[in-house]
Design a protein around this ligand. Structure first.
Ligand code: ATP
Ligand code: MG
Length: 490
């Protein structure tokens, strides 16, 4: 079958080098699938009948540090990340999998057909020869791509038993590509779900992350629930199913969480925000009490217990310390903004101190996801804009003598004076000048000006200082007004 794909010249060079040396070379796996789908490939994988030593001898810079025969060709001067490291793997033949995880031994083959046979799904088992402009499609992968179907190569049960991670890979590709799962494949997932218990947490985490980062993570979680896979990833999520909430919520806790997650994906928020959206109410089940006075359910302190629980989940999945810390903070402090009576600037400042300057905007995004995830968003857009303006106001360095390229100590030193009100007056007089003309904020100018000012009589200096203070306050107010104006709030 003839195709025409946009393939980078670097990749063409690699396959040509192999072919000129008398070997075969094909693009294979995800990149072929993505070329057909007109998606940008995440990486370029090449398969060949050359052996590792033969591959290494053909390229100037390579790395070969694995048991699978994969040689990476490196190029440095290139911008495109996907081309910096291109992996070439000899045709492989995989035999038995006694631990459901790794092939017991990897042997190389002389036939590309053998390599395609070992691949997980029909859509990932296509090989493309650039020089022949020809696709090898032994398992009707092209048809499955057209029909948007994920189907294992060969008998699903056998393939999942060989490597249980393929169960999660099915869900992952289904979310990433928006494909449905072929019924026999889906049935085999459900029947063999226990295989996931044998898979390393790191491998599970990597696929789970891809599900979360896909465009349709909510669908992924619904699929995992349907196929009873959640117990192998975050069993805590199971407890949230069917937990009813108060009137502000249209959904139970489970649906609220997955909808908050989906909104984070719709907004293209980063991983940490998505994880926080998914786990922010994870302790609602055990924090739920009937509030007699309120005549509804209450969840006091769920964010405090929730932080611990979210940590445990993420630690179990072996996420990095950095990710865990950030998500934990976002979960711990997600409740602040529902306390609408408390939007004073000092409350906002406290909040920033709690969650950290570097996390405050992410916290706002978690808040947005939380709000949309209720199904009954109640905060009006004005209030949200107000929060944003107040955060900017709190984060801003106020206008003060601290901005000057001189301080009181220096003034005393160069004018030979001891501490007293005069120093403050001078600083404010200097500030007024700098506010008028920021170019004057140099050590040289301020030092000479200080020497001049120190000679003025005290009452005159006092007047200058007080005027400086007034100007400072006006300038500060103007900055706050500017921020508020930007957000259309008062
Ligand atoms: P992505 O776009 O995320 O990189 P991909 O299809 O390239 O998707 P990878 O995990 O990079 O997925 O794997 C590359 C190829 O290797 C797959 O397309 C598939 O052919 C094969 N493969 C990867 N993991 C497995 C596995 N566990 N079992 C069988 N084949 C696999
Ligand atoms: Mg890939």
């Amino acid at each position: 079958m003839k195709q025409d794909f946009p393939i980078p010249k670097e990749i063409i060079n690699i396959t040509q080098t192999l072919e000129k040396a008398g070997f075969e070379a094909f693009l294979v796996g995800g990149c072929v699938r993505d070329l057909i789908l007109v998606r940008e490939p995440k990486d370029w994988d090449i398969t060949t009948n050359a052996l590792p030593d033969q591959i290494i001898s053909l390229f100037s810079k390579t790395v070969y540090e694995n048991d699978f025969g994969t040689v990476a060709v490196l190029s440095e001067e290139i911008e495109d990340e996907t081309l910096k490291k291109v992996e070439i793997t000899p045709y492989r033949l995989e035999s038995t999998y006694s631990d459901n995880r790794h092939p017991d031994k990897v042997s190389f083959s002389t036939k590309v057909e053998d390599d395609l046979k070992r691949r997980d799904f029909t859509i990932n088992a296509l090989a493309y020869s650039i020089s022949d402009n020809r696709i090898i499609d032994l398992y009707q992968g092209l048809k499955d791509i057209k029909d948007k179907i994920i189907r294992t190569v060969g008998e699903p049960e056998k393939r999942f038993t060989e490597d249980g991670l393929r169960i999660l890979r099915t869900i992952r590709f289904s979310c990433e590509l928006d494909f449905s799962i072929e019924p026999e494949t889906e049935k085999a997932i459900f029947e063999n779900r226990e295989l996931l218990a044998n898979i390393s947490k790191e491998r599970i985490r990597d696929e789970f992350t891809k599900i979360i980062m896909s465009k349709k993570p909510m669908y992924g979680l619904i699929l995992m629930k349907k196929l009873d896979l959640l117990q192998y990833i975050a069993p805590e999520l199971l407890e949230t199913i069917g937990v009813e909430q108060n009137k502000a919520h249209a959904y139970d806790v489970w649906e609220h969480l997955i909808r908050a997650l989906q909104h984070s994906a719709d907004k293209n928020y980063p991983l940490e925000v998505r994880l926080a959206a998914l786990f922010h109410d994870i302790s609602k089940p055990e924090s739920r009490r009937w509030g007699k006075e309120q005549n509804t359910w209450t969840f006091y302190g769920h964010e405090v217990v929730g932080e611990k629980k979210a940590r445990k989940i993420l630690e179990n999945l072996k996420y990095s310390k950095k990710i865990i810390e950030k998500v934990a903070k976002l979960v711990r402090w997600h409740m602040f903004f529902s306390d609408t009576e408390q939007i004073t600037l000092s409350a906002v400042r406290r909040m920033i101190t709690n969650v950290g300057k570097e996390n405050i905007w992410d916290l706002m995004d978690v808040r947005t996801a939380d709000r949309i995830g209720t199904g009954r968003p109640k905060e009006d857009p004005y209030r949200l804009r107000k929060y944003h303006a107040m955060i900017e106001e709190a984060l801003r360095d106020p206008i003060s003598v601290g901005m000057l390229k001189i301080d009181g100590k220096k003034i005393m030193e160069i004018t030979n004076t001891s501490p007293g009100p005069k120093i403050g007056f001078i600083l404010h007089a200097l500030l007024e000048e700098v506010l008028e003309n920021p170019k004057k904020n140099t050590e040289k100018y301020l030092e000479s000006k200080s020497k001049e000012l120190i000679n003025l009589p005290e009452d005159e200096l006092k007047k200058l200082g007080e005027k400086g203070k007034e100007i400072k306050e006006e300038a500060d107010d103007a900055e706050v007004k500017k921020i508020r104006g930007k957000h259309w709030v008062q």
